[in-house]
Each structure stands twice: as C-alpha cells, then as structure tokens.
Ligand binder design. Structure first.
Ligand code: ADP
Ligand code: MG
Length: 549
C-alpha cells in the first residue's frame, strides 16, 4: 500500500487544475506544500510579504485565465493575503488564496495563530471552504478553480489544515478529477445582437468603450475587426488599453472627456460604469445616453444607468456575433460626420498642449518628460506596470500599449502597492518580454523589499521610480510639523536594489535619464532607475478628475 502525503495531493491537484504559478511566504504549516508544489512542476516564488504575493496571484489570473495561487501561513499571513483577495474581487480576476491553518483537532482551543480564515475571506470570494480530508482535496481544488474562472471571474479561498498538509493517505484512495475545461463561451440573445447594431446605426455620436473584460476574454481580434469594419471611435479603459493598439487611428483617448460627455450611444465592451467611468452619469455623460452593455455578468447590466440593449455573454463570442451581423448587413460610420470632426479637433488640441510638456528639456523634469523617455525606449511588446497617483494617471496617457493585457495598474480597487507583485507575476508568465514598472516613490514604498524577490529569481524587470519625495507632490520644504504626505527628501531608492547585488541609477536630467534607461533595459536582471523630478510637477488641468464629485 503506497502512501501519499497530503501536501503532494494538494500540489498535484493544483497542477491538474492548471494552477501553474504559486506565490507565497512559507512557515508553519505550509512549508511542505510549497516544496511539493515545486516538485510537481508549479512555478513557486517565495515573497517577502503575503500582500505582494497575493497581488501577483491575481495578476496571473488576469494574464492567463487560470487562477494564480497565493500560499500563506495561518493567521497574520492569511490576513495579509486578503489584500490580494479584495483586489482580485474588485477587478473580477481569478485567484486562489491558500491559507495554512492549525490542526483540525485544535479548533477553538486557542491554536497557534488561530483565525476564522474562511469567514475572513468570505466577503471577497465566490467560494470559500475548509477541506475535510486528504481524499477530498482534489474535489475542493477542482471546485475552487472552476468557480474562479466560470461566469464572472473572481477570487476563491481554501483553508489548508496542518493535519491534511502533514498527513498521508493510501495513494489508491486518491482520485484526481480531470482539469476543468476552459470556461464555456456564452453567446448573447441574437435579437439583442440585431438590436445593438440597429441602435448604433441610428446613433449620431456613437462611442465604443473597451474594458478589461474584453482584454480578459482575449477578444482582441474580434474587437479590432469590429471597430475597423464600423469605423467607430473607441476609448479604452485603463487596462482595456492595447486590446486595440493605442496608436490606432480610431482611438480617441486624448479626447476622453469630450467623447464621454457628448456620446449619444455608448457600446460598453466589458467595462463597468463605476467610478472610473464616472458612473455613466451627468455631468460626465449625457443624461439621455443610451448604453449598449456587454458583460458576462447579467447582474451587472443596468448598474447606475438604465440599459438600452443587454448583451450578456463572453466578450470574444458576443463581439464575434456583432461581426457576423455586420457581415450580413454592413454598417460603416461616416468618417466625415460632425462627431468625428469634433473628436479629431479635441485630439489635436490635446496633442499640442501635451507636446510642450513632453519636450520640455529643463531640469528638474516633470512627469511628461520622464514618461516620454520611457515611451521612446521600451520595446513595443513590453508589459507596463503602473501605479502612483500622478505617475499612473499621466502614465496612462503617455505610455502606449500595443497588445492586450500588457498594462497592469491600480485597477478598479485603486490599490497602491500592487506594482512589485504585478511586475513579478508578469515576468513569471512572460519570461520572453520586458517588464517595466513605472512607480511613484510612495507606491514603490509599500513593498519595495520585493526587489529582492525579483532579483533572486533573476526577472528582467526595470523599476522606474518617479520620485517627488512623497504622496502627490507639492513643495519639498520641510515644515513643522512635517507634511503627512512627505517622505525623505531625495531618497536613494536606487540603492535598495544594490543591497542585493542589482544595479541602480539615480538621475536628474533628461540626458542622465536617457542613458540610464538604455543601460537598465539592456540589463537582463531587475534594476531601478530613480528619477528625481520637480516635486511641484503635476498633471495638465483636468476638466473632470475621477474623484471629483
Ligand atoms: P474596466 O476597469 O476596464 O472598466 P471593469 O473591471 O470595470 O473593467 O469591468 C470588466 C467587466 O468585464 C466586469 O463587469 C466583468 O463581469 C466583465 N467580464 C469579465 N470577463 C468577461 C468576459 N469573458 N466577457 C465579457 N465580460 C467579461
Ligand atoms: Mg510621489
């Protein structure tokens, strides 16, 4: 009778379900699980804090369509991992949090780090459970993974009690269910598809919004075909960038406010009308705007704005249906319309305003000049991670994406501190591509120690830190009491990575930045370019900020 360890059953079940990446911090009672995972061929990345590891797991879910796993010890470790669970929940990304926990027989005895973990995970997950035996582990794993990717994707949680991890069972008593197939791609009601095209045909000022649901669905071919055959203007959401390349002639991102404010019909492809989209409400949208809404989650339809046409289904499949409908009865929006005229004028107006800042060669630099240098030097297929207040907001407009799922940022949850975990996840999933993490200095500080993790695994990530000495910017003068938003003036974040044997650069002028960035991007190891900018630098004036009321 061959015995098999519980940790091996856990690892084998994960592998069987297509969970290929695991991020975590080991200790009691999960060290055996991490070792077994490595043995079974799961890529394991040992982090310095579970929070970053949990963000990495969510990013893997978004990038691959199969959940990344985050492995934590019990109690405090699991609680740190809730950060990523909440982030994945908010972004609708699959991820699996695995929280080690005490021996079952110690329940309610005041066990080491005893915590109501299943309950703590519950509000953020589609599924939370505590397996009851080694034999049933494969069953729970299949159910957790399938739940995370079917329907609207999301986070799931499993407790891993020590007696299961450390126990063993008769190998013949273990049955692994087959890998849960890729999610079924559901189609929209054909009548709604017809109606959607009719409404678009009658629109005077139509606009397509491409969200990260379309990116997640791998709908890039369908969406490109759709906008090109209809010649409709489109606007990507922050992470919808790249589904259609940002330099496409139909992109109207530089005219975002005008487009949102004046469109009479909006086709929403996998994006929510939440705070990022100003809730779809006036004054940012027309009060009579008609929304044609495509979403995999029926319950999302009609949120904040009554809905004109509901396209419930998978973005790739449903945009495919729209394309089929257009094949039967083609429709091309008029290139000479007033609407296109307005949008093009706005795009040009914006270009002129921004060009001056992009080309400002003075020292200290502002955000635009720094970002322009990054834009000019990063490879076209780079994955861009972006966080920080101005760094991210301005970065979104300056740094283009040319491929779907090539931008990771603070997302729906607006989470700062995701950058390290996201960059490591992106490099793990795409070892052949450069990852460039453009970080505000404060955003970097949340988990800057993870540069040690990146270096240990030799991941080709360039961290560019746009350093304005703290949160938001303002003056650099020390006051009494010190401003709560200011950190150490002139902090040498570049030296953080040098402590572990990586290379760092600290630059002030455009020439120094240009040279350092070239060297950094050619370096196969992770490195840091710390860019000291004008602490008073800011954005161009905004008509509507996201958080203005
Ligand atoms: P963004 O931040 O880009 O606006 P959101 O996260 O707000 O995007 O919205 C993405 C939407 O996409 C969610 O409502 C989610 O239900 C939906 N979604 C997820 N997967 C798919 C899919 N395969 N097809 C269509 N919609 C999807
Ligand atoms: Mg800052």
């Amino acid at each position: 009778m061959a015995e098999i360890g519980g940790a091996t059953v856990i690892a084998r079940s994960l592998k069987q379900q297509g969970v290929d990446y695991m991020f975590g911090v080991v200790g009691f009672p999960v060290i055996g699980v991490a070792m077994a995972a490595q043995k079974e061929g799961i890529h394991y990345y040992g982090f310095r804090n579970e929070q970053s590891a949990s963000y990495a797991a969510g990013a893997v879910g978004y990038l691959t369509g199969r959940p990344g796993a985050c492995l934590t010890v019990c109690g405090p470790g699991m609680v740190h991992g809730i950060a990523g669970l909440a982030n994945a929940w908010s972004n609708c990304w699959p991820m699996l949090l695995l929280g080690g926990t005490h021996d079952t027989y110690q329940n309610n005895m005041g066990a080491f780090q005893e915590t109501p973990q299943v309950e703590a995970a519950r509000p953020f997950v589609k599924y939370a459970a505590r397996p009851d035996s080694i034999q049933r582990i494969p069953y729970y794993m299949e159910q957790a993974v399938r739940t995370s990717i079917y329907g609207r994707p999301g986070a799931v949680y499993l407790d891993l009690p020590n007696d299961i991890n450390e126990g063993s069972a008769d190998e013949s008593s273990i049955a692994l269910p087959p890998r849960s197939p890729e999610p079924p791609r559901s189609l929209a009601d054909p009548a709604a598809v017809k109606r959607a095209i009719e409404v678009l045909r009658k629109a005077e000022k139509p606009l397509v919004i491409v969200g990260k649901g379309a990116a997640y669905a791998h709908a890039e071919n369908e969406v490109r075909q759709f906008v090109e055959s209809t010649q409709l203007p489109f606007l990507p959401s922050p992470m919808g960038k790249g589904v259609v390349p940002d330099d496409h002639e139909l992109a109207v991102s530089p005219a975002r406010s005008h487009a949102l404010q004046n469109a009479d019909v909006v086709l929403l492809l996998g994006a929510r009308l939440n705070w990022i989209m100003h809730f779809g409400l006036p004054p940012r949208f027309r009060p009579d705007v008609k929304i044609i809404q495509l979403d995999i989650a029926a319950e999302e339809i009609g949120t904040n704005v009554p809905n004109e046409v509901a396209l419930v289904g998978d973005a790739a499949a449903v945009v495919g249906q729209l394309n089929d409908e257009l094949d039967r009865e083609p429709f091309e929006y008029d290139a000479d319309s007033d609407w296109w005229g307005e949008l093009k004028a706005k795009v040009e107006e914006n270009r002129v305003m921004v060009d001056a800042m992009l080309n400002d060669e003075s020292t200290p630099m502002g955000y635009y000049r720094v970002l322009r240098e990054i834009r000019d030097q990063v490879p076209r297929d780079a994955i861009i991670v972006s966080e920080g207040a101005n760094t991210m907001d301005i970065g979104r407009t300056v740094l283009p994406n040319f491929q779907a799922r090539s931008r990771l940022d603070a997302g729906t949850y607006g989470t700062m501190g995701v950058g390290m975990g996201f960059a490591i996840a992106a490099a793990a999933v795409h070892p052949d591509r450069k990852v460039v993490a453009v970080e505000g200095d404060s955003a970097f500080g949340f988990s800057g120690m993870e540069v040690e993790t990146a270096l240990r695994y030799k991941l080709p990530i360039t961290f560019v830190i746009i350093n304005n000495n703290g949160i938001g910017g303002g003056t650099a003068e020390l006051t009494d009491p010190p401003l709560p938003s200011f950190y150490t003036i002139g902090a040498r974040y570049d030296q953080v990575i040098e402590a572990f044997g990586g290379r760092g650069w600290c630059v002030q002028s455009p020439e120094e930045l240009s040279k350092a960035l070239r060297e950094a991007l050619a370096d196969p190891l992770p490195n840091i370019v710390n860019v000291m900018i004008d602490p008073k630098a800011g954005r161009k004036p905004q008509k509507f900020n996201w958080l203005t009321r």
